[in-house]
Design a protein around this ligand. Structure first.
Ligand SMILES: [Zn+2]
Length: 249
């Protein structure tokens, strides 16, 4: 699954009006999550209306159909202000919070597929946002919103479980090397650095001796070395540090 010329090769194309975008191309530095608070017939009617200043890249349907309306290079009118709209891609999930509740499993699966394909690593409040978090971050803006009303919580939880799978083997390797930068010996090859990093973890005592950033490496190594014992508190710090370290992979 991939993005070809700005379009997902697995999404159903349902183009929106060509003029409902900014001239400025989208920087594609992140994703903003929205709740449509409605159902597709009316959602698509709003998208097509020339007199309604609203547009978005994708619609994540309750039945599992995933629509794309604009290429990701387009800057849609979705997230409440110019900066958010020209930096981030916008996805609307079909449904109404008071009726449908959180995203269903089909919608969560679609979101995971989406962030696997988008050209940035999904990190909450860095490259992955809720509409309410960016709506008033820049001015002028359209005012505060409660959107998406926690409807994406199951997706965020699934994303945590899916965290390592979002990294390619090469990215996992790069991350581990980056976290252990400084602990390698001069002249080591990458493979030697990697072997040394894993050996350090295997030797035990690493959790106490390494700084917060290097702790993140343990999370990477946990996948390959499930026997390593770390406390819940350490695990929590590992998760935060790992997310920070992964931001610009
Ligand atoms: Zn919204």
């Amino acid at each position: 699954m991939a993005i070809v010329d700005g379009w997902l090769d697995w999404a159903v194309r349902h183009p929106g009006p060509a003029n409902k975008v900014y001239v400025t191309p989208n920087e594609q530095r992140g994703l903003v999550c929205h709740s449509a608070e409605g159902y597709n017939p009316s959602n698509f009617h709003e998208l097509d209306r020339p007199d309604r200043a609203a547009s978005w890249h994708c619609t994540n349907s309750l039945d599992g159909t995933f629509y794309q309306h604009y290429p990701f290079s387009a800057s849609c009118w979705a997230s409440g202000n110019y900066e958010a709209n020209t930096r981030f891609v916008a996805v609307e999930s079909e449904g109404v919070v008071g009726v449908d509740g959180p995203l269903n499993t089909l919608q969560v699966d679609n979101m995971l597929r989406l962030v696997h394909d988008l050209p940035f690593f999904p990190v909450r409040k860095s490259t992955l946002w809720e509409h309410n978090e960016v709506a008033t971050m820049w001015a002028p803006n359209a005012g505060p919103t409660s959107c998406p009303s926690h409807r994406y919580d199951p997706f965020f939880a699934a994303l945590e479980d899916d965290f390592m799978s979002l990294l390619t083997p090469d990215q996992q390797r790069k991350l581990l090397l980056r976290l252990f930068a400084g602990s390698e010996f001069p002249g080591d090859t990458d493979q030697q650095k990697l072997d040394r990093a894993i050996a350090e973890i295997d030797a035990g005592g690493t959790v106490q001796s390494l700084n917060d950033v290097s702790l993140s490496a343990i999370a990477v190594a946990l996948d390959a070395h499930p026997g390593i014992d770390t406390s819940a508190a350490v695990q929590a710090r590992v998760k935060t540090a790992l997310e920070n370290a992964a931001k610009d992979l």
